[in-house]
Ligand binder design. Structure first.
Ligand code: PXG
Length: 464
């Protein structure tokens, strides 16, 4: 698709932005000094900035543009739906065609008997719904004291009061008096950073058994649910040891608690299957979905619950809902996105062709002197930057110093790759071609070489 080049001076746009726009997760002072990067258009796996530079977006926006940018079909469906029925709600015994179609489709795609969808506009709202839903589920069965939700440190479940409480991000809990009551956090299965002398599988088992210990300590009669991302995304693309999920599933089966898989990132093909739960053989009672559901073209998310959970919830009114729950335009766009994912066999291609192709190249990055480990599953990868891979050493500099440096070298080489501390992460659009994967890897290599040179030059190649 051809886009008109940006007509406005970048500095002017930056000044106007800084004057009136409050940015999420951004230190405003630093931003005002530097000026925001202005993105003007996008196509396929590339975004274009106001200076006309094409940048390979190896993050798919924020892990969401699964079908890639610039698909006109979604724009057409949105325009058509806006003409037909731009808005109506599904409160008070009403419904509409887009949400009927979408719910049926999601029920077909979702694993097991996850057949019932409650909608919101985001992953955060989905998880807020989950908190209220699981507590109400137990209350309806005469067990209102079963209200504790167990989550994990360094998890990300959103930014609303509920989502951020479920999440295990210390920097988020420090602001606004979080977490809310009856949320309990156990340790994460992050072997590289926390595995000590244990083998990866020993460590995975030990971390999973913290769930059992927590249930025993808190009392089974107090625990409502366990929530986890199949692969932690924002926490740094932490792929758990093979031993972890089978043990978690065993524990969830043994005790009377619900398992919530947060599929906001892993869902809709990211791990090479439709859902991360399938990749890891998990049988959740509830999943949270958003992002890839619409490939980010419209804000939509939801909770998908099992027949058994829906049956209990149906015995009473659930006093919960958002103005934009089941939004018809968002639902129509999501449905078209699912059609494209299916018709073009995008998930299968990730599983059988581009995923394995990227995996081989990504893992070879572990040979770079700056890289400790390179892990990947489907289209979600991470590398740990380390001054000494032999002992999984951390840098002496403040966590994130080298990661930030590397991210800047990526930008300079027209590549968007995020850093989480000193870990670099990717999550490219699922439609990325093998040629584009070659380009991605070449740019990562260059960025790593330049970062290594800078780390040496500045005397920062030192172990903590
Ligand atoms: N669950 C998971 C697993 C997520 O990754 C949410 C819930 C919340 O979704 P919403 O739509 O409310 O943002 C997320 C979102 C990052 C980053 O920098 C990650 C997310 C959002 C924004 C930034 O890695 N994940």
């Amino acid at each position: 698709m051809n886009h008109l080049p940006n007509q406005f001076p970048t500095a002017e746009l930056q000044r106007r932005d800084a004057a009136h726009h409050l940015h999420p997760f951004t230190a405003a002072g630093e931003l005002a000094e530097k000026g925001a990067r202005v993105i003007t258009s996008a196509n396929g796996v590339y975004v274009t900035d106001s200076e006309g530079q094409d940048i390979l977006d190896a993050m798919a926006g924020l892990w969401c543009v699964n079908i890639g940018y610039g698909r006109p079909e979604l724009a057409e469906v949105a325009a058509q739906q806006m003409r037909e029925l731009p808005y109506y709600n599904t409160f008070f015994q009403t419904t509409h065609l887009p949400v009927i179609d979408l719910s049926e489709r999601i029920a077909q795609l979702a694993p097991g008997d996850l057949n019932h969808v409650f909608y919101g506009s985001s992953g955060s709202e989905a998880n807020d719904t989950n908190i209220r839903l699981v507590r109400q589920y137990w209350a309806l069965q005469g067990k209102p004291e079963k209200s504790i939700i167990i989550s994990r440190k360094n998890a990300y479940h959103g930014s609303t009061l509920g989502g951020a409480s479920l999440g295990g991000m210390v920097s988020m809990h420090e602001q606004g008096g979080l977490p809310i009551p009856d949320i309990h956090h156990i340790n994460q299965p992050h072997w590289w950073a926390e595995g000590g002398d244990m083998s990866s599988d020993e460590f995975g088992l030990a971390r999973a058994r913290e769930l059992e210990q927590a249930i025993e300590d808190l009392g089974e009669h107090r625990v409502a649910a366990f929530i986890a991302e199949p692969v932690q995304g924002a926490g740094g693309v932490i792929i758990p040891p093979d031993s972890y999920w089978p043990e978690i599933q065993r524990i969830c089966d043994k005790y009377e608690i619900l398992l919530i898989a947060d599929e906001v990132i892993c869902g809709f093909g990211r791990t090479g299957n439709w859902f991360g739960s399938q990749t890891f053989n998990i049988r959740p009672d509830i999943i949270s979905i958003a992002k890839g559901l619409s490939s980010g073209y419209q804000p939509i998310g939801g909770s998908v619950v099992s027949d058994a959970v829906a049956e209990v919830m149906a015995t009473s009114e659930f006093t919960h809902g958002y103005t934009y729950s089941s939004h018809p335009v968002a639902a129509a766009v999501a449905l078209e996105n699912l059609r494209i994912l299916e018709d073009e066999k995008i998930v299968e291609r990730v599983r059988d062709v581009t995923g394995p192709y990227l995996e081989k190249k990504w893992k070879s990055l572990a040979d770079h002197p700056l890289v400790g480990e390179a892990k990947i599953i489907g289209m979600m990868g991470s590398i740990a930057l380390s001054p000494n891979k032999a002992n999984r050493a951390r840098f002496k500099s403040d966590a994130g110093t080298i990661g930030y440096m590397c991210r800047e070298r990526c930008f300079a080489n027209h590549l968007i790759m995020r850093h989480v501390g000193d870990r670099m992460i990717i999550s490219p659009p699922l439609i990325i071609s093998t040629g584009e994967i070659d380009q991605l890897i070449a740019r990562v290599q260059t960025a790593l070489d330049e970062t290594a040179a800078q780390v040496r030059r500045e005397g920062l190649w030192q172990e903590a």
